[in-house]
Design a protein around this ligand. Structure first.
Ligand code: WT7
Length: 646
């Protein structure tokens, strides 16, 4: 039996969402959606209020997703302008550099001016409403400024994580025909320089459509400036006006594209729109964290991921919060860094990834205990399942048994949080994503699509679908609406399929059991095994490759690559190093294979399909029960795999 932590009394007393309120709002969102969303969307300032709530269908004939479609608004005005009268001098962003001596604070008024100036600079460089602007930045306030500046002028941003390689960046720029890139000279992570501008230069050799690059001077390293193409932000900033009117956008106008990995093919450009996304991000930010005005809130994610979009920038700023941005890493200069930041800035809400917690847990409690953490009152977890051991450590050591933990389950596609315990409403079960957010209807189906009935006291396990739309749902895959429909709505007709396995326990708590497709989750970063495979086979000496996830103590999952070399190539350690370096070059350090297993051949069925089940078992070290191998074209391949080299 899993441990259950009851709601701490102190917490229940202050929570906005109690058990009764949760039940009432959950019911209202489904039974009287018009009234529910009228009230919830009022947290946003609309220029023209919406009259049409939604037109959504997951069925092929009538497929479409629209929320608040005739309303108009501007996202940056919601995150900035409307706070100026009452909270203009409140700190919007607290920034801490990789080097702890570097700190910056921007009030809402200052952030507004920066955003207006950057919006004007973008316009001066030719950016127009609807254009795609690629943002490739370190975690500095200008990353948020760039996102908000795009939203101000109606340009669609595509943030590419700074850890991606020039090759990966180029692919993303090309896919959405981006004509402008915003970057910095470099970023710093753990004392190491990340050469962002040099990476952009390399990427742009393949991107003739990019006419302008706006470069923020951050580190001060030497960079190349291409005349006519590259522009320093500090120079542009000084040359433009400090005010910029915002565009009136339709609720369904695109806000951003964010590339994410799927089980097949190249990364998909997930498209989110304006009104529904902002409502969903702001609403969940308030309820999930039990956020109240004036609180200091830190989400440790990078803006290169959706967590950074929704819970570093849009959700908190729409709610007028003080949001902390941290450039560095949890273990630099010491393993106390996270908790020192908490103390320095009096952080009340901390939201981070299990992978970081597992890495810190391994270093011992002293690094944590050396700090006070008295300001903390709530902890959050995101991005991957949190194992009960890490959960208990988070609860006991980081939170001193005082701070509830919200384990938030969601995806790039869902815009913001879909399931979580709400600590004023639900007793906490370590590792359980617990209960759905308002408007979210989860359904567990078996492999044939049969719905596993929801009966009190009866557990069920299967694949997780969502049966109806919610405002923050992605609207399409950029440039490929058919792929959007095929990927998410055809596995189980008429339902959105998450790609995750899930169980519901006897008490009705949902537990995410991990991906059931060929997506793996490495340190909370999503990776398509097909992407790593195509990087490997692009190497001249590789004949074939198959990639699967393997359990990894800190990363959650590691990358296990089976590689068959071309005839005549030697499976040496140097070859291993060459292939690892190659994948890092093709995708980026986050795709670094943990194991390269040189395989004489891969296990295939007679029709030529690789039997991944067997590869997964071997990668997990579970070779006692490989299951039925009789359908393999050549069953002896399995023995050769067991004796060949990793
Ligand atoms: C996949 C989505 C959550 C936004 C950042 C990651 C896994 C995410 C949890 C959780 C168990 C989780 C799922 C999901 N995942 N949160 N709390 N418990 N699994 O977004 O990169 O789109 O990845 O992350 O497998 O499908 P993403």
């Amino acid at each position: 039996m899993a441990t259950v932590h009851p709601v701490p009394a102190e917490w229940a007393a202050r929570a906005q969402i109690t058990a009764e309120v949760y039940a009432e709002k959950y019911r209202a969102a489904l039974e009287t959606p018009e009234t529910f969303w009228r009230a919830e969307s009022a947290r946003i300032d609309w220029i023209k209020p919406w009259t049409k709530l939604s037109q959504c269908s997951f069925d092929e004939a009538s497929f479409g997703i629209e929320w608040f479609s005739d309303g108009t608004l501007n996202v940056s005005a919601n995150c900035l302008d409307r706070h100026l009268a009452e909270r203009g001098d409140v700190t919007a962003i607290i920034w801490e550099g990789d080097d702890a001596s570097q700190q910056r604070r921007l009030t809402y008024r200052e952030l507004h001016e920066e955003v207006c100036r950057m919006a004007n600079a973008l316009k001066a460089l030719g950016a127009q409403r609807g254009d795609r602007v690629t943002i490739y930045m370190p975690m500095i306030p200008e990353a948020a400024v760039a996102m908000l500046a795009c939203s101000r002028i109606g340009a669609i941003h595509s943030v590419v994580f700074g850890g991606f390689s020039p090759e990966a960046l180029a692919g993303r720029i090309q896919d959405c025909d981006s004509n402008l890139v915003i970057t910095a000279d470099a970023g710093m992570r753990g004392g190491k320089l990340v050469p962002l501008k040099a990476n952009v230069d390399e990427a742009l050799l393949q991107c003739p459509g990019v006419g302008a690059v706006l470069v923020v001077q951050h580190v001060g390293n030497q960079v190349t400036v291409a005349a006519g193409r590259d522009h320093w932000w500090h120079e542009q900033r000084a040359a433009v006006l400090a005010d910029c009117p915002y565009e009136e956008m339709g609720a369904e106008d695109p806000l951003f594209i964010l590339y994410t990995s799927g089980s097949t093919g190249k990364p998909k450009g997930v498209l989110h729109t304006t009104g529904g996304y902002l409502t969903w991000a702001a609403m969940t930010h308030q309820y999930v964290f039990d956020y109240r005005p004036g609180e200091i809130y830190w989400c440790a994610a990078d803006v290169g991921w959706v967590t950074g979009h929704s819970y570093v920038v849009y959700g908190p700023l729409a709610n007028g919060a003080t949001t902390v941005m941290f450039e560095g890493v949890p273990n630099y200069p010491t393993h106390s860094r996270f908790w020192e930041i908490v103390d320095r800035h009096k952080v009340e809400i901390f939201y981070g990834a299990p992978t970081a917690l597992r890495a810190l847990m391994r270093e011992g409690d002293d690094w944590v205990k050396a700090t006070s953490r008295q300001s903390l009152r709530l902890l959050g977890s995101v991005g991957e399942p949190i194992n009960p051991e890490a959960w208990e450590w988070y609860w006991r050591v980081v939170g001193d048994g005082r701070c509830p933990i919200v384990d938030t389950y969601w995806q790039t596609e869902t815009g913001a949080c879909m399931m979580t315990p709400l600590p004023g409403a639900h007793a906490l079960k370590p590792g359980a994503a617990s209960f759905p957010m308002f408007g979210v209807v989860p359904q567990i189906v078996d492999g044939d699509g049969n719905v596993l009935p929801e009966e009190p006291g009866v557990a069920a396990e299967g694949n997780l679908c969502i049966t109806q739309s919610w405002p923050g749902q992605m609207r399409t895959v950029w440039g490929d609406h058919e792929r959007f429909f095929q990927t998410y709505f055809t596995t189980y007709r008429g339902k959105y399929f998450t790609g995750d396995g899930c169980k519901r326990d006897e008490d009705g708590y949902y537990w995410i059991t991990g991906r059931v497709d060929d997506v793996i989750n490495v340190s909370g970063h999503r990776m398509g095994t097909a992407e790593v495979e195509s990087a490997l086979v692009a190497h001249a000496k590789v004949a074939e490759a198959a990639v699967v996830g393997m359990p990894h103590e800190i990363k959650g999952q590691g990358i296990y690559a089976y590689v068959t070399l071309n005839a005549g190539e030697e499976p040496t350690d140097d070859m291993r190093k060459e292939l690892v370096a190659w994948v890092r070059h093709e995708i980026g350090p986050i795709a670094t294979p943990d194991v390269i297993h040189f395989a004489p051949a891969l296990p295939k069925t007679r029709s030529g399909k690789i039997m991944r089940r067997i590869l997964r078992k071997i990668a997990e070290g579970d070779v006692s029960n490989l299951g039925d191998t009789s359908t393999l074209a050549d069953p002896s391949v399995v023995d050769s795999l067991l004796t060949s080299g990793r």
